[in-house]
Design a protein around this ligand. Structure first.
Ligand code: FMN
Length: 210
């Protein structure tokens, strides 16, 4: 796939087919994505590939909202307030999206994706660049997945209850969860996967200084 088709053709998929993704294909994607850059080559990312019974358990936990007395909330604060010019872009997205139904299962069930990747950092690493580097490998994963005919949706919603992730996933007790990525074969007929997306014009965010 040409670079331009990859970067422009990737989009957030919110309705997946139920077909399982072969483990070998996921391995290939991760093997390509591991060449992402990171701060001084630290590669401080940890990736959990979750499917099958473990994914079902996670979904069940999501249906019975956090029973803890004081749910901790996400490991990384989610932004609530945006300045008006940025909030307007989100409003535009929600207006566009609201016309189309997402996967029958919705975000709580990862739009029906048969696999979800969770990206985590070691708990002690309170460094913003860990998040920055996480973003780089997540984009690489999404582009590599698209190149192989898979769809993805980056999901902050997937890590809103990190205590449950720490409980259910192996070797996760000492991790902070950054983001989830739903992964699977896209339902390319579904309108929610086809609406025309918007982007700001270059003049809105590029400054040339000659
Ligand atoms: C950090 C981050 C968190 C996101 N969380 C969610 C989410 O929880 N649910 C969702 O449906 N989309 C989520 N998205 C997808 C964005 O809405 C999407 O990338 C944006 O609207 C641009 O659309 P596109 O990915 O189709 O090009 C997230 C994207 C990023 C980068």
């Amino acid at each position: 796939m040409k670079f331009e088709s990859a970067i422009r053709g990737r989009r957030s998929i919110r309705r997946f087919k139920p077909d399982a993704v072969p483990q070998e294909l996921i391995r290939e994607i991760l093997d390509e994505a591991r060449w992402s850059p990171s701060w001084a080559n630290t590669q401080a990312w940890n990736i959990y590939v979750v499917s099958g019974k473990t994914l079902e358990r996670l979904k069940d936990a999501g249906k019975a909202p956090n029973q803890r007395e004081a749910p901790a909330g996400p490991d990384f604060r989610m932004p609530r307030e945006w300045p008006p010019h940025l909030a307007a872009r989100t409003r535009q997205l929600f207006d566009l999206r609201s016309a189309f139904a997402p996967g029958p299962t919705g975000p709580a069930e990862f739009f029906g994706a048969p696999c979800v990747l969770f990206f985590a950092a070691e708990k002690g690493l309170a460094n913003d660049y860990v998040l920055f580097d996480g973003g780089l490998i997540v984009q690489s994963v999404c582009l590599a997945a698209h190149d192989k005919g898979l769809g993805s949706c980056i999901m902050a919603m997937a890590v809103r209850d990190p205590d449950t992730l720490r409980e259910l996933l192996p070797r996760a007790a000492d991790k902070k969860f950054v983001i989830g990525v739903a992964l699977g074969y896209p339902d390319n007929e579904a309108a929610i996967n086809r609406f025309e997306r918007q982007r700001a014009q270059l003049d809105e965010f590029v400054t040339w200084a000659r």
